[in-house]
Design a binder for this molecule. Structure first.
Ligand code: 5GP
Length: 139
């Protein structure tokens, strides 16, 4: 599959559509998932384009997973989480719906189930409130 410059995350990276950003540096951007499967569900993407993990330049993995670790610790603090689910899909058969490499970071609480993948758009005020909690934990 060829990388499509018009995919939604490429458009977020170019600032063409809004996102609730958590942090960014030269290599990665972290932002809130718009259809969260749990409160605090967020995403990390490398700025360098690739469809998924399998076609990525391996040099992106260090900054990408450093950011995943940082965000995993921040959501743990922000949501007093008991665990963190890290998820990453390659190809529509595997559940991928946006074709720019991304890693899901989801704070987990004992007894709280995960909602369906790409299920329902969350109220933007709730996303903003959860983003503020994560930003505070990152500070
Ligand atoms: P995938 O299914 O490709 O692993 O995950 C794509 C994720 O991106 C889904 O969890 C979905 O909720 C999220 N998503 C889809 N469109 C948008 C969008 O426009 N903005 C944001 N912030 N997240 C999105």
């Amino acid at each position: 599959m060829m990388y499509d410059e018009q995919n939604i995350f490429a458009r977020i990276l170019r600032g063409e559509i809004p996102s609730e950003k958590l942090f960014e540096d030269d290599h990665v951007l972290a932002f809130m998932d718009i259809m969260p499967q749990v409160d605090g569900h967020c995403l990390v993407i490398p700025k360098k384009p690739s469809v998924g993990l399998l076609d990525a330049d391996p040099t992106v993995f260090l900054p990408l997973f450093t950011a995943v670790q940082k965000l995993g610790n921040a959501v743990t603090t922000a949501f007093n989480a008991d665990g963190v689910t890290i998820m990453q899909f390659n190809g529509s058969a595997a559940g991928q719906t946006v074709f720019h490499l991304h890693v899901h970071v989801m704070p987990r609480k004992v007894g709280v189930p995960v909602k369906p993948h790409s299920g329902k758009m969350e109220d933007i005020e709730i996303i903003k409130k959860n983003a503020a909690l994560i930003r505070a934990a990152l500070a």
